[in-house]
Ligand binder design. Structure first.
Ligand code: BES
Ligand code: ZN
Length: 467
């Protein structure tokens, strides 16, 4: 494995950043989350930016800026310093909050989602400032602490600080590379909409011999509801679910088939015995370009050792839907609720609670800023850029467009085997080095770019400017 060109200081700082238990969903870690934000603020100040901790009512936002030169374009770099819980802990080979380097990768919770990328951007800016004394653009950093819980405070923060955040374009690196070493630009992200369902039957747990057969079992009812969501062909069976989904352009279908990631790679990454998905679409399309319904959790009844003949009084399940451009989370939740109520068997009641949601994101892959980002990716990695639709979600992106009026450029830096949200998350030091370079190339390219506006929707089916 190639040894890295990072300095001892860079590595040590990256490790410090990773040691904070900035788990946004757990209140017991609020002080750690705030300490992480304060560390970032101090780091940004130490490289010469004016830096602040901004209160939001939730976890604070870290904001930093260069002086504004009216002759330069303004770029906002967005990221998040919060991380997912590390559970299940016993599956980690090393402590999730004591970073360890093995085979050229740093293992820690948050290493690739999203601390490695943020540190790369900061180190890139530090290198440019140390070398040139200035940046080619006016730069803003906006690093939030609530992305992993759906960014509840950020829309309000954007609305209240529009002048402070005024910019030409947003850059982020919180998506995945299609294959190791392959520069990847995501031009679409799926949205997400969550539901929790509780199925209630008898008033108390019953003896399944004394009453079984006469009373609807809430777990069976939950299983029937879950099974009603999909057909044998992998399609979601909710009426009108696909009504707003737009067909893929020919060039998108061709590029997704030619991408260096297909069924074999996804089989290897997932460890599943075989793949399953919506008929008529290849594996990358199923992940990035088609909407889905997933069960994320299910429970009820006896979970302990051995047998217990119980007919439980209730069961629950948790669902999320991933949405693609033109679908709306509220509309999909309404359709899903209607479907579940209509399919709920008699003998139980169904309570449905809505969870957080976020809209899908799409940026015209032919606009001049996206092309500038593609040139930066190509120069950094020395290879043709793969443009793709991503399966994951970053709900705040649509709000950057709707509130600040700007597009987001999604530069991938996480490797396919990064284990984001899973045990043994890692970030290759090579990607950290490349990220530092990428930051410099992208700011340089965006500084030279005159934004020509988006290509009208009707023209999107042609493929111009492939990089
Ligand atoms: N970095 C991810 C999003 C992501 C991952 C995009 C991989 C593309 C490829 C982000 O931190 C994340 O996990 N988002 C959540 C959003 C949810 C908590 C609202 C997601 O996608 O589940
Ligand atoms: Zn995440």
């Amino acid at each position: 494995m190639k040894s890295s060109n990072l300095t001892v200081q860079q590595k040590e700082e990256f490790f410090q950043f990773l040691r904070f238990r900035s788990i946004s969903t757990q209140a017991k870690h609020d002080a750690d989350t705030r300490a992480c934000a304060a560390w970032l603020r101090d780091k940004l100040e130490s490289i010469g930016l004016e830096s602040f901790l901004k209160e939001t009512g939730g976890h604070p936002v870290v904001f930093a800026r260069t002086p504004r030169d009216p002759g330069k374009r303004t770029v906002l770099i967005y990221g998040h310093y919060d991380v997912q819980p590390p559970d299940p802990l016993d599956e980690w080979k090393s402590d999730p909050f004591e970073p360890e380097e093995r085979d050229g990768k740093v293992y820690a919770r948050g290493a690739s989602d999203n601390k490695g990328q943020i540190y790369a951007h900061i180190a890139g800016v530090a290198d440019t400032l140390a070398r040139d004394g200035q940046l080619p653009v006016n730069l803003l950093f906006l690093i939030e602490g609530e992305e992993e819980i759906g960014s509840p405070s950020l829309p309000g923060f954007l609305r209240e600080n529009q002048e402070l955040l005024h910019c030409d374009v947003v850059v982020l690196s919180d998506t995945g590379m299609v294959a190791h070493g392959v520069p990847t630009l995501a031009y679409a992200l799926r949205g997400v909409a969550a539901l929790e369902c509780v199925v209630r039957g008898p008033s108390h747990d019953l003896h399944s011999g004394i009453y079984g057969g006469a009373v609807m079992n809430p777990i069976s009812a939950a299983a029937r509801l879950i099974a009603s969501l999909h057909g044998e062909d992998g399609k979601v069976q909710i009426e009108h679910f696909y009504d707003r989904v737009q067909p893929l352009a020919d060039w998108e279908r061709e590029e997704s088939l030619a991408a260096p990631c297909g069924e074999a790679e996804i089989l290897a990454q997932t460890g599943a015995p075989s793949l399953f998905g919506e008929q008529g679409y290849n594996v990358l399309e199923r992940i990035g370009a088609r909407p889905t319904a997933e069960v994320n959790g299910i429970g009820g009844g006896y979970q302990g050792e051995g047998t217990k003949t119980v007919l439980p009084k209730e069961a629950f399940f948790k669902l999320t839907f991933r949405l693609v451009s033109n679908q709306s989370s509220q509309e999909i939740l309404e359709l899903a609720e209607k479907h579940l109520r209509e399919h709920c068997p008699p003998g139980v009641t169904l309570e449905i609670r809505r969870g957080h949601s976020g809209e899908p994101y799409f940026v015209d892959p032919h606009n001049s800023d996206v092309e500038a980002a593609c040139r930066a990716l190509k120069d950094t990695f020395g290879k043709k850029v793969c443009r793709m639709r991503e399966g994951g979600s970053i709900p705040i992106l649509l709000e950057f467009r709707e509130i600040l009026g700007v597009n987001c450029l999604l530069l991938a830096l996480a490797s396919p085997d990064c284990n984001a949200h899973s045990p043994n998350e890692s970030f290759p030091l090579e990607n950290l080095e490349k990220g530092i370079l990428l930051n410099q190339f992208v700011l340089f390219e965006l500084a030279q770019t005159v934004y020509r506006g988006d290509v009208p929707w009707g023209l999107l089916n042609r493929n111009v400017g492939a990089c």
